[in-house]
Design a protein around this ligand. Structure first.
Ligand code: AMP
Length: 414
């Protein structure tokens, strides 16, 4: 089978890497004006990023008779509008944070002040994972509401804001592959959204991820499927949406049970990098079944673990710097079990790799367990450098036994 992976980031590199085990893979970037896909003739198109899905790329390809993994614009609205997503959740009876949606500051501020905190302010529209503020300070939340509504911080994506009660608990990502009728879960993952160690600093697109997650056994995954994913797919069906692609449930495991924080309409980035390398079998055939509306295979995952550590540029997430020369990638990839997915890189004039995006590289390692995968990933990270490189030294740290006093960690983050 010939598979075309659309999108140029680390998630798409991971997809291409795993699909290439069983199929011929070509990669295509999307451009704002067109699809960038003319001339590519593939048996299956897998669309990586959310923006082209929201813009209707899957619909355009399907109208040409092509087999596509990824929802049409109708289903992608689940990610393109948080207000609409909340409405669908409400109609489907799916547990989620209570919320209000506002396009004017006064009622928004009044609603904020009625909440107990922590306070959560989100842009309605797409903001590359960075449009969410979670804070204990009502003043900070109010300032954020005003900046978003004024269009100064996130442009039109913030002209409507969603304000939510802050939930507490560990997070979990469950990615389900859907064929319009059925949804089958992939192995759960946990990502790290904040820029700084100890979950501090601003939200980012994601600074690292790992899979499996010890407390997310089959029973919890079944609960998430029964209480959230399946009712959502059914609600979409009632709205006439034939949803074929990934339905990614971002969850908070609260004291009252799992609650949905958000849905994404594609593989997570960086969750895909931590989940897909563990896939056993023919991923291309599995995604093709979903794309054709007939899922029959069951996804299977190896018992080993995978950890991915994101290396980001100076200035990420607000003002990433481009053009910094990267060294040590080959040495990193020589570490056992390690693959370095290219997220935001290009070739400089002398042929060297240079930074070309906020998140630059995803240093990904397989191991017998999370501890081994983590050690391998950080051993590889230690080989790579570029000016201003930022990463977290605590990716997956909570998932392994604490380090014994006096025994230093192998590598520390910046
Ligand atoms: P989202 O893009 O909606 O998943 O939000 C990004 C991140 O913000 C999530 O991964 C959580 O860490 C945090 N977050 C979002 N909504 C809430 C909420 N209601 N309560 C607490 N944290 C939240």
């Amino acid at each position: 089978m010939k598979v075309c992976v659309v999108g140029g980031g680390g998630r798409e590199h991971a997809l291409a890497h795993v699909l290439a085990r069983t199929s011929d893979v070509v990669r295509a970037r999307t451009d704002p004006s067109g699809t960038g896909l003319s001339g590519i003739d593939a048996d299956l198109y897998v669309i990586g990023p959310e923006q082209p899905l929201v813009d209707g790329l899957a619909d355009r390809l399907r109208s040409e008779g092509r087999l596509v993994f990824g929802p049409g614009a109708d289903g992608a609205r689940l990610e393109g509008s948080k207000v609409w997503m909340k409405q669908v959740l409400h109609d489907a009876g799916v547990p989620t944070a209570c919320h209000g949606a506002f396009d004017r500051a006064e009622p928004a501020v009044r609603f904020l002040r009625s909440l107990a905190g922590p306070y959560v302010v989100k842009t309605d529209g797409l903001a590359a994972g960075k449009g969410v503020l979670v804070t204990e300070s009502v003043e900070e939340a109010e300032d954020d509401v005003r900046a978003k509504l004024a269009g100064t911080s996130f442009g039109d994506a913030g002209r409507t804001v969603v304000i939510e009660e802050g939930l507490r608990g560990p997070e979990l990502s469950v990615l389900a592959v859907c064929d319009g009728q059925r949804a089958l879960p992939l192995a759960p993952a946990r990502d790290h959204k904040r820029l700084g160690e100890g979950d501090t600093g601003p939200n980012t697109g994601g600074m690292g991820a790992f899979s499996p997650v010890a407390e997310a056994g089959p029973q919890l995954v079944e609960e998430v499927m029964e209480r959230a994913v399946e009712p959502t797919l059914a609600a979409l069906g009632r709205l006439g949406v034939d949803y074929r692609g990934v339905l990614y449930a971002g969850l908070m495991l609260t004291a009252e049970g799992p609650k949905i924080l958000e849905y994404n309409v594609r593989f997570g980035d960086p969750e895909a990098q931590a989940v897909l390398p563990r896939y056993v079998g023919d991923l291309a055939a599995f995604l093709a079944e979903a794309a054709a509306g007939h899922l029959t295979s069951e996804p299977a995952f190896a018992d080993d673990a995978c950890v991915t550590v994101v290396l980001a540029t100076a200035g990420y997430p607000t003002s990433p710097r481009a053009g910094d020369r990267i060294s040590g990638v080959e040495e990193a990839e020589a570490v056992e079990g390690v693959t370095v997915f290219r997220a935001g890189v290009e070739r400089g004039p002398d042929g060297d790799l240079v930074t070309a995006g906020g998140r630059v590289l995803d240093v990904t390692a397989l191991g017998v367990d999370v501890d081994e995968a983590r050690r391998r990933a950080y051993r590889a990270v230690a080989h790579i450098s570029f000016p201003g490189m930022q990463y977290r030294g605590d990716i997956a740290a909570g998932a392994v036994a604490p380090v014994m006093p006096g025994i230093p960690e192998e590598a520390e983050g910046s």
